[in-house]
Design a protein around this ligand. Structure first.
Ligand code: NAP
Length: 284
């Protein structure tokens, strides 16, 4: 059993990106919109700010009042869409309940949509065309590729079908010629799908959701889940200590997918600039 180190992958990606940004004399700019004040959002915002600082990317935190209307938020997005110095726009989730998340996300110009959440980017991903892809999903590809793990021909089971994580990941894995099972809360007998997985990826948001009985011997297990506990800190969705013995490779929480997600977000800012320079979203 080997532990897949997300931090190592992130550091390698940062070194390459830093060099490219310097050599190409780029002045990249990331704008993050936060609505209201949410502890979880604040943690993710800090990570993004740290990433930007490390890579010499300008970071702008736009904090809107929790009672902001959809119109107020859309006006802000429109201004950022038009601002040529802005390369990436991100809406920090979760949004207050009176806001339609999907509607707001779709107001971001597809070329600045570094979370890959707009209909245009999702559509292009389905067509396997050049686009901006969910950083959690593309970060997992970086992690596997860095560790020379072949995806083609593998049985990949994903648990969790959110628009931000599970669904784009399923499409991306399919684009890499894996055979994908996408499970969710209405799936009957999840074990049937997890037991045949060469690569099992879990994004549910429940501590110890996956125990060793769910694992095929020698499988690769990737834990996307982040569950915060005051006394225990961060834990994933996988019962790491017991499951690891049955796996060939496993990601830890923290230190796994969280690290590759932030690295992939940085790659997306660079890629957004490239796509814009090519004057369209870019053909394959
Ligand atoms: P989400 O929107 O809450 O989606 C959770 C998914 O899990 C849903 O598809 C849900 O099914 C499924 N689910 C819930 N209970 C289930 C059950 N008993 N059996 C099977 N499936 C079940 O969450 P998310 O945004 O995708 O995030 C998932 C986890 O990943 C969270 O812990 C989040 O913090 C973490 N996360 C980590 C990163 C990272 O970079 N490491 C990035 C994003 C998210 P239904 O669709 O049927 O409701």
């Amino acid at each position: 059993m080997k532990i897949l180190d997300g931090k190592e992958v992130k550091e390698k990606i940062y070194i390459k990106l830093k060099e490219k940004i310097k050599n190409e004399k780029l002045k990249l700019h990331l704008s993050v919109i936060q609505i209201g004040n949410n502890d979880e959002s604040n943690i993710y915002l800090k990570q993004k700010e740290k990433m930007a600082k490390e890579l010499n990317i300008e970071f702008e935190h736009i904090k809107l009042d929790k009672n902001s209307s959809e119109k107020d938020i859309i006006e802000k997005i429109d201004r950022l869409n038009k601002d040529t110095k802005v390369h990436g726009i991100l809406i920090q989730l979760p949004l207050p309940s009176h806001i339609n998340t999907e509607k707001i996300q779709n107001k971001i110009a597809p070329l600045k949509d570094i979370d890959g959440v707009t209909d245009i980017n999702i559509g292009r991903l389905i067509h396997n065309k050049n686009c901006l892809i969910s950083p959690t999903a593309s970060g997992i590809i970086y992690l596997l590729e860095y560790n020379h793990i072949q995806i083609e021909g593998k049985n990949v089971t994903i648990i969790g079908r959110s628009n931000l994580v599970g669904k784009p990941l399923a499409i991306l894995m399919n684009n890499h010629n894996a055979t994908v099972s996408l499970c969710h809360s209405k799936t009957k007998n999840i074990k049937e799908y997890t037991k045949k997985a060469d690569i099992l990826i879990v994004a549910v948001g429940k501590k110890n959701f996956i125990t060793k009985e769910y694992i095929k011997n020698g499988a690769i297990v990737i834990d996307i889940g982040i569950n915060r506990f005051e006394n225990k800190g961060l834990v994933g969705d996988v019962d790491f200590e017991r499951v690891k013995k049955k796996t060939s490779l496993i990601t830890p929480v923290p230190g796994g997918v969280g690290q590759t997600t932030i690295a992939a977000l940085a790659v997306n800012i660079y890629k957004a600039n490239k796509l814009r320079e090519s004057k369209n979203i870019g053909e394959k």
